[in-house]
Write a new protein. Structure first.
Length: 240
């Protein structure tokens, strides 16, 4: 039976690389985007050329009602996913004394509430299916903190706590739940920061690639990783 994986925030960056990597390794893919449907269509075309099934869901992960409606309609039509990668996230950096309420709320609502809003409609069908893989993207910022990112660090630390609890609730149903915590990874955001400003914080003295994150997630979806659950695995060049 074909196994289908939903990846939130998969029109670009790490999510895009995860979708392509998993497709190359035999999974059918459900892409997700919020606003940038054109980019998601580009990823869809790449995966279709591999001969794998792929479709796109469009919703705002911070909108609970919208996420629930779209996900349940998709499950009813196409069946439950074998796996989910909770990847969609944003930043709105500022020092804590200067942080605006909206900067805090937007990051928490997207990153942490998005975890709940995505998985809550999915978890019971996965339990009933008695198998599955869940991987949530945390961050090095959620492990050790980062100046100017108190909202982002809080959201990513919250995901770690949620994963460690959820894994205990679903383990007996043959569902694994793990965290991957990237460090500084090539992206639109890191491209704007001169490497000289950040290299001293990275023991390996280089920025990671989205493929290095995707390869770990692919392993966690494999049969070889069936006994790994509740773990936080960093991909950060030795930052912590």
């Amino acid at each position: 039976m074909d196994k289908t994986v939903l990846i939130t925030g998969s029109s670009r960056g790490i999510g895009k690389e995860v979708a392509i990597y998993l497709a190359k390794n035999g999974f059918d893919i459900v892409l997700h985007c919020n606003k940038n449907k054109e980019k998601a269509l580009e990823v869809q075309k790449i995966i279709e050329q591999m001969g794998k099934k792929v479709r796109i869901l469009q919703f705002d992960v911070s909108n609970r009602a919208q996420a629930k409606k779209v996900l349940l309609e998709d499950i009813e039509k196409n069946g439950i996913y074998y796996g989910v990668v909770v990847n969609a996230g944003i930043t709105a950096d500022n020092s804590f004394p200067a942080m605006e309420d909206d900067e805090w709320d937007r990051v928490i609502n997207t990153n942490l509430n998005g975890f709940y809003n995505t998985l809550r409609p999915i978890i019971l069908p996965m339990i009933q299916n008695r198998q599955g893989r869940i991987v949530a993207l945390s961050s090095v910022s959620g492990l050790i903190g980062n100046r100017g990112q108190i909202n982002y660090s809080a959201s990513k630390a919250g995901i770690i706590g949620a994963v460690k609890t959820l894994c205990r609730e679903v383990a007996k149903r043959n569902i694994t739940v793990n965290c991957v915590a990237p460090g500084v990874i090539e992206s639109d955001m890191t491209n704007e920061v001169p490497f000289e400003m950040i290299k001293d914080s990275i023991p390996m003295r280089r920025i990671g690639t989205p493929k290095e994150v995707a390869s770990l997630i692919n392993y966690l979806f494999s049969e070889d990783a069936a006994y790994i659950t509740g773990q936080v695995i960093s991909v950060n060049g030795g930052m912590c």
